[in-house]
Ligand binder design. Structure first.
Ligand SMILES: Nc1ncnc2c1ncn2[C@@H]1O[C@H](COP(=O)(O)OP(=O)(O)OP(=O)(O)O)[C@@H](O)[C@H]1O
Ligand SMILES: [Mg+2]
Length: 248
């Protein structure tokens, strides 16, 4: 089990310290898939960064398999089986796709490169490409996801994997994340997509730096869906799929 216990996170912004996460308590069990959702800026990626050791929490603990891992570095956590596909993957001039995948496969065999094929990229077309601005947004995102699939860690966090992925490939993406999950893994998907929220065991709703709801999809999804507000941000009443009394 992976858990965050009373986790708080403050970050420096100029002269000021601002609160990003406040008293976050959440458990992730082995063998389960989780979706973290919530408004933009609510703290979803920050939760992922605390789990990965990219951000050091200001208070509380991160525990994994009974141990407090709060002091482990990013590299030590990666060695312990943690992997993260970034929301905005970095580009590296001079590094090729094959270098990244080879490291992720722990110097395994690149010849079949299922991880790229599974995500809709033909290895023949991509292995020699440089990880620079010549790759499109969707391509770099797919390569990031393929790298995490190749790494095959025990704790996997996909941060908005659907972002920039075309409609035709979205089903394939969901399928490959679902089928690569197994009873030894914890899979966490940060997402705004209804289809992803409906494929997981539990949904975690992050609002304003805290966990507002956590529970099964059947329990949480209707509450999220029905709490959506009208685009005009007034309290318009929803009737079926429309906001019937919206003045605009
Ligand atoms: N390095 C940083 N320094 C200062 N503030 C930060 C930093 N990283 C994140 N923040 C702030 O923390 C808050 C939470 O950011 P976070 O990226 O976790 O949000 P999110 O829920 O993932 O949003 P989104 O849906 O847009 O990806 C935001 O207000 C953001 O501006
Ligand atoms: Mg984010």
């Amino acid at each position: 089990m992976l858990s965050l216990e009373n986790v708080g996170l403050m970050l420096n912004v100029g002269e000021q310290k601002i609160r990003i996460l406040d008293d976050v308590n959440v458990n992730f069990e082995k063998g389960k898939m989780y979706a973290i959702t919530g408004p933009n800026g609510s703290g979803k990626s920050s939760v992922a960064r605390v789990i990965m050791g990219i951000f050091q929490q200001t208070s509380g603990q991160v525990r994994y398999l009974g141990e407090d891992i709060s002091d482990l570095s990013v590299t030590e956590r990666a060695r312990s089986g943690f992997g993260y596909a970034f929301q905005h993957p970095a580009r590296f001039k001079g590094l090729k796709v094959k270098d990244l995948i080879e490291v992720a496969l722990k110097h395994g065999d690149l010849s079949d490169c299922k991880c790229l094929r599974n995500i809709g990229l033909c290895p023949e077309d991509y292995l020699e490409r440089t990880l620079d601005n010549s790759l499109s947004g969707g391509e770099i995102k797919r390569i990031e996801i393929a790298t995490l699939l190749a790494q095959n860690p025990k704790v996997r966090i996909f941060d908005e994997p659907e972002a920039g992925i075309d409609l035709w490939s979205f089903e394939q993406l969901i399928d490959v994340i679902g089928t690569s999950h197994d009873e030894d893994k914890i899979t966490v998907i940060i997402s705004h997509q209804e289809k992803i929220l409906n494929m997981v065991d539990e949904i975690i709703l992050v609002v304003d730096g805290g966990i507002q709801l956590q529970g099964s999809c059947d329990e949480i999804w209707p509450r999220i869906r029905d709490s959506a507000t009208c685009a005009c941000k007034q309290n318009c009443k929803k009737e079926g799929e429309i906001y019937a009394d919206c003045p605009r």
